[in-house]
Design a protein around this ligand. Structure first.
Ligand code: GLA
Length: 430
């Protein structure tokens, strides 16, 4: 067995490599909305009052989340990103919101969000300044943690700009302790590994003990090439990062950009399917006040959200690649499996993929039920080890399926898939 295959077997049998941060939060991947990719650092409320970073934006988003089924679908956190504070701390050295754009202050905003049954996230930086140049938390970790707790904030996204890379670990750990010391449960979203990779391979055991989720790679943009680059990075590093994920701590491949301008509908389906397979936080960055019904339906698709939020909390990973197809699999509770087949060929029409055809890989044994979720819902019925299922996958789209064993014999689907044969075989996929 090759080293890579060996590792995958180990991953499949292992619980997450380390203890998660013990704050009782993020037992399932976080769901919510985060302003950055869609609204960026738009602080021009004079000419663009509807879209600038102001208390109105988060209040409106919260209203829509309640009214339009987002909250009911599981999206819970309304998160502020960069550019919210004033450029000066107050006389006591505390961060303060920009008074013009947040006249009520963050505490009032938190009260409003809570009165809607939602939670509020805020943003700060481990270094001297935030990435957009607002005051950083270096030298103020306790003070800032206490300020966020006093404001009843529920999540902190802690960025890593303007920080000595050698001190990242110390900084992220100290802020984690400071948040815990406030006594308020504040979900801690880190970017520690992203900033550390250029220096050395991050210590994911320490990261999992410190953070509830962590960014590993570049910011997502509103484009298919950006989403693809995130998938490629994740697959290339899966032996290192997948074992770190589990209830309480997750790899964060960045926001969902579904419902914006850059992705075709098939590409949006691919992002949604693969983010569910990767057990990623589902933090949408889009304009919920104005979103096309198809994107909304996709983001609220219960069957995909169920995969994302599966109680076993294991992250899936890429198990095969060839002929411009990729197969990603995620083990689910009750011995079920989610399978995503991504067609990376960006030309031509739909291509058939035979998911039972790989040597050493059977859909199930002796019997299972197969359900197709994307591109459309379809019960594919009872299948056996002899079954051949051909799914049709659109260019840059994804077919998403679940496989549910129906035998008392309980053949271990996951072991079967992760013996390595499928991963190592030559990719004559069709
Ligand atoms: C970094 C982060 C982004 C966003 C911006 C804000 O680039 O990775 O997610 O928070 O900073 O300036």
């Amino acid at each position: 067995m090759s080293r890579a295959a060996c590792l995958l077997v180990i991953i499949s049998l292992m619980s997450p490599a380390a203890e998660a941060l013990d704050n009782g939060l993020a037992l399932k991947p976080t769901m919510g909305w985060l302003h950055w990719e869609r609204f960026m650092c738009n602080i021009d409320c004079d000419t663009d009052p509807n879209n600038c970073i102001s208390e109105h934006l988060y209040m409106q988003m919260a209203d829509v989340m309640v009214k339009e089924g987002w909250k009911e679908a599981g999206y819970e956190y309304v998160c502020i990103d960069d550019c919210w504070p004033s450029h000066q701390r107050d006389a006591q050295g505390r961060l303060q919101a920009d008074p013009k754009r947040f006249p009520g202050g963050i505490k009032k905003l938190a009260d409003y969000i809570h009165s809607n049954g939602l939670k509020l996230g805020i943003y700060a930086d481990v270094g001297d300044k935030t990435c957009a140049g607002y005051p950083g938390s270096l030298g103020y970790y306790e003070k800032d943690a206490q300020t966020f707790a006093d404001w009843d904030v529920d999540l902190l996204k802690f960025d890593g700009c303007f920080m000595n890379r050698a001190l990242l670990g110390e900084g992220y750990t100290n802020m984690s302790k400071a948040l815990n010391n406030t006594g308020r449960p504040i979900l801690y979203s880190c970017e520690w590994p992203l900033y550390e990779w250029p220096l050395k391979q991050p210590n994911y055991t320490a990261i999992r003990e410190t953070c509830n989720h962590w960014r590993n790679f570049d910011d997502v943009f509103d484009s298919w090439s950006s989403v693809k680059s995130i998938l490629d990075w994740t697959a290339a590093h899966q032996d290192i990062i997948v074992p770190a994920a589990g209830p309480g701590g997750w790899n964060d491949p960045d926001m969902l950009v579904i419902g914006n301008f850059g992705l075709s509908h098939n590409q949006q389906e691919s992002q949604m399917a693969l983010w569910a397979i990767m057990a990623s936080p589902l933090l949408m960055s889009n304009d919920l006040r104005d979103i096309c019904p198809r994107s909304k339906e996709l983001l609220q698709n219960k069957r995909i959200i169920d995969i994302s939020q599966d109680s076993m909390g294991k992250q899936g990973y890429r198990t095969a690649k060839g002929n411009n197809f990729e197969v990603w699999e995620r083990p689910l509770s009750k011995n079920r499996l989610a399978v995503a087949v991504l067609n990376k060929l960006e030309t031509g029409g739909p291509r058939g993929f035979n998911i039972g055809a790989a040597p050493g890989w059977k859909i199930c044994g002796p019997q299972c039920n197969v359900t197709q979720i994307l591109p459309q819902y379809k019960e594919m019925g009872v299948q056996t080890q002899q079954s051949k299922i051909i799914v049709s996958v659109n260019p840059s789209g994804t077919a998403l399926l679940t496989v549910t064993p129906i035998s008392s014999d309980f053949t271990r689907l996951h072991k079967l898939n992760w013996q390595g044969t499928f991963v190592r075989r030559k990719h004559t996929i069709l």
